[in-house]
Design a protein around this ligand. Sequence first.
Ligand code: GDP
Length: 613
Amino acid sequence: MSAPSIGGVQVARGNGATIRLPRGASLSDFADRIGANPASLVQIMLHLGEMVTATQSVNEETLQLLGAELDYDIQVVSPEEEDRELLEAFDIEFGEDEGDEADLAARPPVVTVMGHVDHGKTRLLDAIRNTNVVSREAGGITQHIGAYQVAAEHEGQERKITFIDTPGHEAFTAMRARGAKSTDIAVLVVAADDGVKPQTIEALNHAQAADVPVVVAVNKIDKEGADPNKVRAQLTEYGLVAEEYGGSTLFVDISAKNGIGIESLLEAILLTADAELDLRANPTMDAQGIAIEAHLDKGRGPVATVLVQRGTLRVGDSIVCGEAFGRVRAMLDDTGEPVDEATPSRPVLVMGLTAVPSAGDNFIVVTDDRMARQIAQQRAARKRSAEMAKSSRRRTLEELFSDLEKGRVDELKLIIKGDVSGSVEALEDALLKIDVGDEVRLRVLHRAVGAITEYDVNLAVADDNAVIIGFNVRPEPRARDLAEREGVDIRYYSVIYQAIEEIEAALKGMLKPEFEEVQMGTAEVREVFKVPKIGNVAGTLVRSGVIVRNSKARVIRDGVVIADNLTVSSLRRFKDDATEVREGFECGIGVGYNDIRIDDVIETFEMREKPRV
Ligand code: GDP
């Protein structure tokens, strides 16, 4: 199977040459790289059994298939790599401190609290925040912005520690999955009265996989039955050996409830940081970091809590954060106080972005607004084509034909937009749990925080039949117009269960009707007549039920179906046409089957739709 011979299409083979393509590339992009005509690639794909247009974003599988056919080594660039290349084009390097050793200054550790449910993570985060009012003005009201900073005395020095305020390893892992490293040290909370539990191990695995040192907080030592040493013993099995047992992991007994051991825990965190990590960053460069939480605030617009990882973030800076950009209008710290600048490891709430970024998106201070906008727009465009590629399912010709035949719709595609990331995720989770059997699937093409935009509508159009769900959000005026023009279905909800109910109903409505065969009548062949132009017609006696003209029929001989998919095309009582003939009467039946014989049985039936339960 050499490419040039495929359907007579002439395309030069690659002889193993490597070509790099972004996710969501189209056949046109492919053609560009190899100097071929896109139409010929479309034709080759057709011969390979896939219908793809030249400009459509295709998935990696399709690119690989075409690459293999033409003998090219296809490398689909990962999202992180793609982004790095994009930033390089703007002369930006993300993740590196500028300058040399002399430019680096110590920065506070960033800590995530993990552990089994109910072991006291939330309580501990509250306790740490409350016992440490050192850096806070008296009476300051705490604001949950997703992270906070406390100060601790360590070897006579005041040191700061940053805590990520969302307990659990889910957020940590979600960010890591996106290539963002948010955490320096993990505090593993284990309740002394309950011991090591499945999620304790899970959390530990996540920390170890991320190469993050662990400090163990043995909590609830105030409780009766608390056995802190048992926790130490249990964790040795998982490679965490307490210092007092000759290992290197610090275990601290605490009671989050009574505020016992909190200072020691902070000290253990600093000791671990000093012993195992070199936490330094260049505070003088343009700031870089990651978004750890973001939402749409009714009064303030998009707000994002960012963690500065290097450099100093200042009010007035032009920043780009994921696909959002803007100029920092104001910053607040975790006490709700305005701040003018934020140095490494400091979390701040940033206002002034044009859109809501996602947790784990990186943020970068750039030279000016224009550059910020360009980067954001290019990222958005890439994401769009990647999403379209993801949603473009491979369709073979066979599938295409059988789909046409059956007229099937087997997937409800959704685009979910909501006011806060929590509700979007909750809604998505709930919807994906709806189960109406295997025949109909639900697929979420895109989910995000914020108003319904033209992008969402375009995505719905591109993937015909996608429905947009607005949870406490409305479309932008232009998106609304576009949706009307294109006939895109937008549904609004403010209560999750209502959304679930309606989508479930929609899914049920999409279920293909199931038909069952209902027998109507049988007739025994007594004679066979030859009728000019019509062919052989059977003279019959109706044995059961009723024979109705135009109903479906089959011919049975000696109990075996010898002809099926027939139709009662003519029905006569003596010389007259009849519409139906009942049991016990004689009639002439024509079913368009010539080889009909005496003693054959004609069975008629109809297909009835089965009601769904
Ligand atoms: P999470 O699921 O890990 O965030 O656990 P929580 O912080 O919500 O705590 C679970 C329960 O344990 C709550 O009822 C807390 O009040 C309780 N709790 C947490 N820490 C302690 C503690 O040190 N001592 C006691 N007795 N109860 C605690």
